[in-house]
Design a protein around this ligand. Sequence first.
Ligand SMILES: NC(=O)C1=CN([C@@H]2O[C@H](COP(=O)(O)OP(=O)(O)OC[C@H]3O[C@@H](n4cnc5c(N)ncnc54)[C@H](OP(=O)(O)O)[C@@H]3O)[C@@H](O)[C@H]2O)C=CC1
Ligand SMILES: O=C(CO)COP(=O)(O)O
Length: 352
Amino acid sequence: MDSKNSTKPKCIGVIGVGSFGTVIANILAAKNPVMVYARKQEVVDEINATHTAQGRAMNEEIIASSDPEKLCQSCDVLFFMVPSSGFQNVVRIFSPFLFPYHLIIHGTKGLCLNLKEGETLETVKKIKRSQILTMSEVILQETVAVRVGCLAGPNLSKELAQGQPAATVIASKYNEVILEGQSLLRSEKFQVYGNSDIIGVEISGVLKNIIAIAAGALAGLGLGENAKGLLISRGMVEMIHLGNALGGSIKSVMGLAGIGDLVTTCNSVHSRNYTVGYRLAKGDTLETILEDMDEVAEGINTVRIIKAFLETADLRAPITENLYRVLFEDLEIEEALQFLMKYPFNVDVDFV
Ligand SMILES: NC(=O)C1=CN([C@@H]2O[C@H](COP(=O)(O)OP(=O)(O)OC[C@H]3O[C@@H](n4cnc5c(N)ncnc54)[C@H](OP(=O)(O)O)[C@@H]3O)[C@@H](O)[C@H]2O)C=CC1
Ligand SMILES: O=C(CO)COP(=O)(O)O
């Protein structure tokens, strides 16, 4: 607990070395010593021996370990960069070694469920907000950490890895988390904004994945930019209403982590969520797509969670509801599109 007395410079920890974790570790390593955690020993050995993580280049100074205790002892600041499907497990593995002095920032754009033992989404079908956890809520529930933040924005890892300019948002209730995140990550090519509405920023990053799947589907159908403009604008309205119902502020959806990331993800073949929609429209089944993809597309699970939330919330989310039917109930994409074209979205702006 007296880590502050050590004279050795502390490392910054990164948990998860997939596409995003690797790129964030490299950005952090430009200014500070970095230690990364991978669960597989072969990945740890690869990083330490060849300075690559599953083929992706890593800064030569980065050290890898599969020992969570070592990470927690060596680092006061930890970036959790694992998909939502494994997030709670990973946090539980780290929890015994975390202290209140640790500062935790996560980059995960997904949701977890907070159900009773033995319950699943299939058995409960309807969920309330209290049965949904954002990743910051998982960290607060599972650990003694207090100073928690998230990292979200238009940050396609492939572009960041090429050194292309970009910006992100660090959101936290604690200004010191925002300031620390900015100081660690900011560079000439990477601008870092702050936001105190952590739930709004997390939810924005989560919800834009749903609209990105729909955007990929429109592109796969060969539809043009007018249709995309329609989708992005109605998608933003849906994100605002859902974000509000889930406890986020409208302002965050209007910011970089909301509309900024929405535009990027709805326009990029580098987005896994967009790719899922594109391939569905080209005739691939969800099963085939999931079998082929070795990276995560968070939007698929998010659609399931939001659909169950809509069963208890007093609002409609027509894009999400129709996408659910396409993904899980065999509705043809063309039929979903026709339904949306007939949907009475009569009022353009109904949220201000
Ligand atoms: N890629 C991108 O452009 C961006 C991604 N994000 C978000 O970042 C998160 C991670 O995405 P990304 O890096 O792309 O995902 P990837 O699929 O590329 O990598 C996931 C990484 O997490 C590790 N992991 C998964 N489950 C566990 C677990 N239970 N314990 C330990 N490690 C685990 C995997 O390790 P293993 O190899 O052992 O399975 C792998 O290294 C997602 O929520 C995504 O939405 C946010 C912004 C941009
Ligand atoms: O969130 C992202 C870019 O900001 C990455 O999107 P995908 O997960 O769809 O690849």
